[in-house]
Design a protein around this ligand. Structure first.
Ligand code: ATP
Ligand code: MG
Length: 446
């Protein structure tokens, strides 16, 4: 049983009372049938955009060309889209032009997967010409019509199939999977932004292990070739039980679902295939892999056009993920300072997820050590001990007032003072720091 909330229901009734067909359609119907609560309610109608706009007081022209009008009722908004058939597909991307139609079935037939091609009307019930309800029951993602043809029309659907399979925990139908394998190369025609967004949704899902499908189907070489060698690199080392890719994906699963954390775990070991050496006893080593991993993470995220903040944070987390920190206050303060206070808490999460994806035999000891580091860090924070130049008891202006020359030098002096204060928090007093700065200045050869 599907329950349409009051406002979209009112919109459907308003359209119906003017003689237009109108249905809830797509993701909201799919999610209701699965039993999860829909993000938003999309309405499909036989009315054309101008007719929709006349019917409702407040509307926004979201995508008139594609037949979409956003309607605002009370404080909610939802999209009403005219039944349409997509026009000519060029370059394996969604068409610019669409044609409106009076036929719901035609509208459903242009949709990507059977589970997304079901309509629902409060009186007439489900309209399901492609067997979407049965596929949802069988937990299958199946292309509407000929899979290969549909992926040729719009190659983004290839990634959407994998993403939905991960979000819903569904299998991909055999023919649809064959269609994916045959057309995955077309993804090179899709913009990096759209690839980025689909991959992110896949990683944020409850089944990020489905990422492996990208490797199995050949998609990976067209969207994230840097990950391919990870699937072929095993790790003969007491700490490890998985190959690099499986370890990374397990770590993705182990960490909370934010883009920064999940991309960090995906990329944190990408340098391993390039740094692997095997010793006489047959144990694998990956010396300095975090440098290579950071380099690769940076290249991947830049290509996918992530924002600078995300790139910077992920790269710093990758670079520091393996760093040894002793569970001892001075060591922790030093580590926080050099890694950066802004990401230290994230780094602790990264390390926990990493350890949990390794050999469980060492898990208790390693987690205990990490817990100690966390507690020490919390104490340091609670005591308000200084961990950055910002938290020093003097600032640049104080130095200038004491006769230091304005400019780059000031930053260097503050950094040196921070180093001292981190080793000995008691030094963080105005007088003491000024004295130290002057002393250092006098020592400097002119
Ligand atoms: P969610 O919003 O939860 O990710 P959704 O199913 O609502 O899932 P949208 O991208 O919002 O996905 O698209 C709404 C509907 O439009 C889909 O259910 C599907 O019917 C159709 N659709 C979206 N993108 C495509 C596409 N590339 N090809 C064919 N149909 C599509
Ligand atoms: Mg949606």
């Amino acid at each position: 049983k599907i329950h349409i909330p009051p406002l979209p229901l009112r919109a459907i009734e308003a359209l119906n009372s003017e003689g237009f067909e109108a249905y809830a359609v797509g993701g909201c119907v799919r999610d209701s049938l699965i039993g999860i609560s829909p993000n938003d309610w999309d309405i499909a109608t036989g009315a054309e955009p101008e007719q929709v706009k006349k019917l409702f007081k407040r509307t926004v022209d979201t995508g008139l060309k594609h037949g979409t009008v956003t309607v605002l009722l009370d404080n909610e908004s939802f999209e009403i889209t005219t039944f349409r058939i997509d026009g000519e597909y060029r370059d394996n991307r969604k068409p610019e032009e669409v044609r409106f139609t009076r036929s719901l079935k035609e509208d459903l037939s242009r949709r990507d997967f059977t589970a997304n091609a079901i309509a629902y009307h409060p009186f007439h019930g489900l309209i399901d010409p492609f067997g979407g309800v049965s596929d949802i029951q069988k937990r299958i993602i199946r292309a509407v019509g000929n899979a290969e043809k549909r992926f040729n029309e719009d190659a983004l659907r290839i990634l959407r199939a994998v993403r939905f399979s991960a979000q819903l925990g569904f299998e991909i139908d055999k023919k649809t999977l064959e269609g994916i394998k045959a057309t995955s190369f077309l993804l090179s025609n899709i913009s990096s932004e759209r690839i980025r967004d689909e991959l992110t949704r896949l990683l944020l899902s409850n089944n990020p292990m489905k990422f492996s499908l990208l490797n199995d189907t050949g998609i990976l070489s067209h969207v994230l070739p840097e990950l391919e060698p990870c699937f072929a690199t095993d790790q003969r080392h007491p700490y490890h039980i998985y190959n690099v890719a499986l370890h990374s994906l397990t770590a993705v699963k182990n960490i909370e679902a934010t883009p920064v954390l999940r991309w960090t775990m995906l990329l944190h070991d990408t340098g391993k295939p390039h740094t692997k050496t095997t010793d006489k006893k047959g144990t694998d080593h990956f010396y300095g892999h975090h440098h290579k991993s950071t380099e690769i993470a940076n290249a991947v995220l830049k290509r996918l056009k992530f924002d600078n903040k995300t790139i910077d944070t992920v790269c710093r987390l990758v670079k520091n993920h393996d760093r040894q920190i002793e569970p001892q206050p001075t060591a922790v303060r030093r580590a926080v300072c050099s890694i950066g206070e802004d990401i230290f808490e994230l780094l602790l999460k990264v390390r926990a997820a990493d350890i949990k994806a390794q050999n469980p035999a060492f898990l208790p000891d390693r987690l205990e050590k990490l817990g100690k580091i966390r507690n020490i860090y919390m104490e340091i924070k609670a005591m308000g001990q200084c961990l950055s130049t910002r938290e020093l008891s003097i600032n640049g202006d104080d130095l200038i007032a004491s006769g230091f020359r304005q400019g780059k030098e000031i930053g260097g002096i503050l950094k040196n003072l921070l180093k001292e204060v981190v080793n000995n928090p008691e030094l963080n007093q105005r007088e003491t720091l000024l004295e130290m700065a002057l002393k250092a200045q006098r020592r400097k050869p002119r």
